[in-house]
Write a protein that binds this ligand. Structure first.
Ligand code: FES
Ligand code: FES
Length: 163
């Protein structure tokens, strides 16, 4: 079987995987990082979004072997070591941006990337930027509010996790 070596949440990992193993399977089944969810397995829902070299990626669309040499951040790697939430996580909590929470890890990871790649976020940009993330619960309004607030907190330099 092929071997894949990468950084996950700042730690070096090497695992033997089948060629067909998806990145999300490596994270959840080999590394026990079950914060990354699988909603559809077909690139539609966004529950599986992680960052690969700083960019959001649907981890059900990428083979584990394609992540060779990359730096992957999952939702588990977003908060600070002392448990202080990342500003985007704090904003989702503050603004009730979740109900069942199934979509939330992917929403938060996509939102952080969105905030990092735009100087300033407005509602339209957030709604368009999260088109690939589906939520069956919230109606999206509070998610959008949370992302706008989280992005503002990130811009304001609120202390956040190593990412
Ligand atoms: S599980 Fe990857 S997009 Fe739905
Ligand atoms: S909070 Fe339930 S799917 Fe989004």
């Amino acid at each position: 079987m092929p071997t894949v070596s990468l950084q996950v949440n700042g730690k070096s990992v090497t695992r033997e995987v089948e060629g067909r193993t998806l990145l999300v399977q490596l994270l959840r089944e080999h590394l026990g990082l079950t914060g990354t969810h699988v909603g559809c397995d077909t690139s539609q829902c966004g529950a599986c979004v992680v960052h690969v070299d700083g960019c959001s990626v649907k981890s059900c669309t990428m083979l584990a072997v394609q992540a060779e040499g990359t730096e992957v951040t999952t939702i588990e790697g977003l908060a600070a070591a002392d448990g202080t939430l990342h500003p985007m996580q704090a904003a989702f909590r503050e603004h009730h941006g979740l109900q069942c929470g199934y979509c939330t890890p992917g929403m938060v990871m996509s939102a952080v990337d969105l905030a990092q790649t735009h100087g300033h976020l407005d509602e339209k940009t957030v709604r368009e930027g999260l088109e690939g993330n589906i939520c069956r619960c919230t109606g999206y309004h509070n998610i959008v509010k949370a992302v706008l607030a989280g992005a503002e907190a990130m811009r304001a330099g609120v202390p956040k996790a190593a990412e």
